[in-house]
Design a protein around this ligand. Structure first.
Ligand code: NAI
Ligand SMILES: O=C(O)/C=C/C=C(\O)C(=O)O
Length: 502
């Protein structure tokens, strides 16, 4: 199992001839299927697991199990019972914390410290946050008078949606899967989850935790596989799935939207971004340089919130570019458990090819490559991995493809600006609208600018700091709906308004 996966290549590297088999989890049982696919390390290219692939038959079994569970005691579970289960799941992840870290690191090659601080810690926090929330969630009640003067009591009753299909990506596998599973179960639904084919390990461990935490059979089901023509499509097409919640690429969201249109299923989408960071001349300079480095290169740029467009006020533009270049060139690309590692590889060779094609395109579009622009050379097994250099570009017009399209790699383009009004227009001139960052010490400006951005999220003098009670999501191509806090409770429940004449 993933617990035993090495994060650092031994000095003599051997190919694993008997990799672990990751199975589906359906109706409380681990289930193998004949169809399999490979899970390879993005650090070394080595085979780390064989993964069972589900098709329509397994998805059908999982959905049927979920429906049976809804009709059983789970459908009647109280808020307190559901909260207790979520706390047990959180404790179960904590009890196997290092196994989750190893699973996440094996699939993605990210630094071990990042997996500890961000991914697995958030996996635990997601379950606790929604357990806390349901215990304190208020209801709505309005008292009014009818035509005859009688008192009318209007209140809201919440029911589960039913079977929720969860489709999650590879960039923050456990964080994004649990961000959906936790509120779905909190509101009494049953789920069929399909993690990304690139990152199946932590989801498989989560199924073990669900079983050990006493989550009844059928409440949490897991199917592995791909999107089109595989488990993902079968899940979105299934007539007994009431809702689909998806995080991933905008184009995939649009395909899923077409698929679910016939069944008029509920949908919640967190999609891509082409996020801007704006640095004003009055910003705390060093904090802004470090903040932009983090927001551009964390997780090798594979966070939908990463800043790929940076706008710097002209008086500090040259100094800022030089400082970010100097800081970026100190970044260490290495094995996940190497001391001081800053960045691992991107998720796969296919994704590396995509990122590198944008690096080449940037040059063809006339960019100056300030630093990076290619792949590092290690002269060891890491050269078989999917590493790319953190890259800073300047000199492109705002309509260049590298400034308008989501690259999803460790790259940012930096451009100068002259006025607040101008930069707001440039930030908003995007097909996406997920997140923006502002770096300034002027409080009035921070408020003024933030309110005018057409994005779902704005961070001022910080980035990717999360209060799980707040709404999270994007505008335009960046998504549909909001999750987080009561917004998740709303999405994952069906509401009935009851009016009683007293
Ligand atoms: N959060 C984000 O903004 C993310 C953006 N991306 C971007 O998307 C590009 C493609 O990466 P992918 O992993 O292929 O992302 P994707 O959006 O295609 O995949 C995400 C999930 O959706 C599933 N899926 C794909 N097509 C589907 C379909 N038609 N029906 C149902 N499920 C489907 C996948 O199996 C996976 O579980 C990346 O190069 C990256 O640029 C990828 C992951 C996350
Ligand atoms: O903090 C969160 O809930 C989500 C963060 C990141 C994404 O949604 C993403 O990278 O897709």
């Amino acid at each position: 199992m993933p617990t035993a996966l090495a994060t650092r290549a031994p000095s003599s590297v051997s190919v694993d001839v008997d990799p672990p088999l990751l199975q589906h989890y359906i109706d409380g049982e681990f289930v193998a299927t004949a169809a399999r696919f490979e899970n390879r390390s993005p650090v070394t290219g080595q085979l780390i697991a064989a993964v069972c692939e589900a098709g329509p038959a397994e998805v059908d079994r999982a959905v049927a199990a979920a429906r049976r569970a809804l009709a059983g005691p789970w459908g009647e579970a109280s808020v307190e019972d559901r909260a207790a289960i979520l706390y047990r799941v959180a404790a179960g992840i904590e009890a196997r914390f290092e196994a989750f870290v190893a699973a996440e690191v094996a699939d993605t090659g990210r630094p071990v410290e990042q997996a500890r601080r961000l991914d697995v810690a958030r996996g635990v926090a997601n379950f606790r946050a929604f357990a806390d929330l349901i215990k304190t969630a208020p209801s709505e009640l309005f008292e009014s008078r009818g035509p005859d003067g009688a008192t009318l009591l209007n209140y809201v009753s919440r029911k589960p949606l039913g079977v929720v299909g969860i489709i999650s990506p590879w960039n923050l596998p456990l964080l994004l899967l649990t961000w959906k599973v936790a509120p779905a179960l909190a509101m009494g639904n049953c789920v069929v989850a399909k993690p990304s084919e690139e990152s199946p390990s932590s989801a498989t461990l989560l199924a073990e935790v669900m079983r050990d935490a006493g989550v009844p059979p059928g409440v949490f089901n897991l199917v592995h596989g791909f999107g089109p023509g595989s488990a993902g499509e079968a899940l979105t097409r299934h007539p007994d799935v009431a809702a689909i919640t998806f995080t991933g690429e905008s184009r995939t969201g649009s395909q899923i939207m077409k698929t679910v249109a016939d069944g008029v299923k509920e949908i919640s989408f967190e999609l891509g971004g082409k996020n801007a960071a704006v640095v004003f001349a009055d910003a705390d300079f060093d904090a802004a340089v470090e903040g932009v480095r983090r927001s551009s290169f964390t997780n090798a740029g594979q966070v939908c919130l990463c800043s790929e467009r940076v706008y710097v006020e002209r008086p500090i533009f040259e100094r800022f570019v030089a400082a970010l270049k100097a800081r970026t060139e100190t970044m260490r690309l290495d094995y996940p458990d190497a001391p001081g590692v800053d960045m691992g590889p991107v998720i796969s060779h296919k994704h590396r090819d995509k990122v590198l094609s944008y690096y080449r395109l940037a040059v063809a579009e006339g960019a100056t490559v300030v630093t990076g622009g290619g792949t590092p050379l290690f002269n060891d097994i890491r050269d078989a991995g999917a590493f790319v250099q953190p890259t800073i570009l300047t000199g492109l017009p705002d309509d260049a493809r590298c400034v308008t399209e989501e690259i999803f790699g460790p790259v940012c383009h930096i451009a100068p600006f002259d006025s607040e009004q101008e930069v707001i227009g440039r930030v908003n001139d995007s097909a996406y609208g997920l997140a923006a960052c502002v770096w300034t010490t002027d409080l009035s400006r921070a408020h003024r600018v933030s309110r005018r951005f057409h994005t779902g999220l704005v961070w001022v003098n910080t980035w990717f700091t999360r209060d799980l009670r707040t709404p999270f999501g994007g505008t335009k191509l960046s998504g549909l709906g909001r999750e987080g806090g009561r917004h998740s409770l709303d999405f994952y429940s069906e509401i009935t308004t009851i009016c009683i004449r007293l």
